[in-house]
Design a protein around this ligand. Structure first.
Ligand SMILES: [Zn+2]
Ligand SMILES: [Zn+2]
Length: 419
């Protein structure tokens, strides 16, 4: 039987190629759903290595699978998109997604070269996911209008396309901004949903015949009150944040306003709170409008779900981190205000996203740069590969999704609900 040590040595053998690949992907920075060159570089390598794949999944995504058996199915998810530089000067991988892309390819190459997949009935699928950053809405809305995608983010579309059906667990890693440590494990990510409510009424002369109008500002203000009373009914621990603003409402003091727009994010720390709050905010909006004979048209733009990581999987991840770092170099369960579409996967399937340090400069800023190549490209890949080894070899490490079908149905109907 292949030892873990032997498998991990494949990363050392490939070190120079990995570092070069990392540099190439870092410089190939493309925005979400435009990652054409990046996808081409990925599929060129997969062709060279003889790995079967599907391309152009959700426009620019690539899915490659190793192993032919029908046993345990592990997914490794790697983001591939970048962010714009300041002042329209091209793009930059200022969230470090190129490191994830590189890591996925390092793991594929190591699994292939070791021959381990021939000794198991398990599968490992690699999802190169486009459009993780929640940006560039007009371009993405155009893609939605042309039927190219259904939702704003890569993983959301891949879930809807059924790419994750049959997957038993999801592994991922993301660069973190920590200094003086090597890894983090069990971090949270916040979740949010964006809501826009258009109140439609009837204009009238506000002096001569206000009673003939239907004042939409009144409806919106009534709803604002209902929403602030609603907050009182949620335990503060659930992290509900509702701060509605009126972005349109009334233009002239002489006219009863016939259209008012209220917008809010619904933010929460867990899925149950997010779903319940969305449903009850809709009720506040719709019923307050109805009370005053107004119409209310609600548009939901799906943000990302909060990430709740699989504690069982993280035990295995941490065990592998400890092969390369001291306990004090691992940050456990940090709370993060950031969001990511990996949160959506975590709602459906046991999921982890560990963090690795080695970045200098600021995230989402042109100062972002890789400082510790060894930790970003080599040690992190070994932690991921070691975790995959344990899942392939030790049945006791494995976890499975619960009620995947029902959860996916609920999830998609929430995303698709417009009013
Ligand atoms: Zn980011
Ligand atoms: Zn990111």
């Amino acid at each position: 039987m292949l030892t873990k040590e032997k498998l991990l040595s494949q990363i050392e053998n490939e070190k120079q190629a990995i570092l070069q690949r990392g540099e190439d992907f870092f410089l190939c920075a493309e925005l979400g759903f435009s990652e054409v060159k990046t996808a081409k570089e990925i599929t060129n390598l997969l062709d060279e290595w003889g790995v079967p794949y599907q391309k152009e999944v959700a426009v620019t995504g690539v899915v490659a699978t190793l192993g032919k058996g029908d046993g345990y199915h592990i997914a490794f998810v790697a983001d591939i998109d970048a962010l714009p530089r300041k002042g329209g000067l091209g793009n930059i991988h200022s969230c470090g997604h190129s490191i994830q892309t590189t890591m996925a390819l390092s793991v594929i190459k190591a699994l292939l070269a070791s021959g381990i997949m021939e000794q198991t009935d398990c599968k490992v699928s690699f999802f190169f996911t486009p459009g993780e950053e929640y940006i560039d809405f007009s371009y993405r809305e155009g893609l939605i209008a042309h039927g190219k995608i259904e939702f704003l983010s890569g993983k959301q579309n891949m879930i809807a396309l059924g790419c994750f059906d049959g997957v038993d667990c999801v592994l991922s890693a993301h660069a973190n901004g920590d200094v003086g440590t090597k890894f983090d494990v069990g971090s949270t990510l916040a979740g949010f949903m964006a809501k826009k409510a258009v109140f439609v009424g009837r204009a009238a002369h506000s002096g001569a015949a206000p009673h003939l109008g239907r004042n939409t500002l009144h409806g919106a203000i009534l709803a604002m009150n209902a929403i602030s009373f609603l907050k009182d009914q949620f335990d503060p621990q659930r992290g509900l944040r509702l701060n509605p603003v009126l972005t349109e409402g009334g233009g002239s003091v002489n006219v009863i306003p016939e259209e008012t727009v209220l917008e809010t994010y619904v933010r929460a720390n867990d899925n149950e709170t997010l779903f319940e709050a969305c449903r009850r905010v809709d009720a506040c909006l719709e019923l307050c409008a109805k009370a005053l004979e107004l119409q209310c048209i609600i548009t939901n733009t799906a943000g990302y779900l909060p990430l709740k990581q699989s504690a069982a999987l993280n035990q295995t991840v941490k065990k592998n981190m400890l092969l390369f770092s001291k306990p004090e170099e691992i940050v456990e369960n940090p709370v993060s205000g950031a969001s990511g579409d990996v949160g959506d996967l975590g709602f459906l399937i046991p999921t982890i996203q560990f963090g690795f340090s080695g970045i200098k400069g600021r995230f989402h800023d042109d100062t972002f740069a890789i400082a510790d190549y060894e930790n970003c490209y080599i040690t992190s890949a070994k932690v991921m590969l070691g975790t995959i080894y344990d899942l392939l070899m030790e049945k006791t490490c494995r976890v499975y999704p619960k009620e995947f079908e029902r959860r996916k149905k609920d999830y998609l109907s929430t995303l698709r609900r417009k009013n």
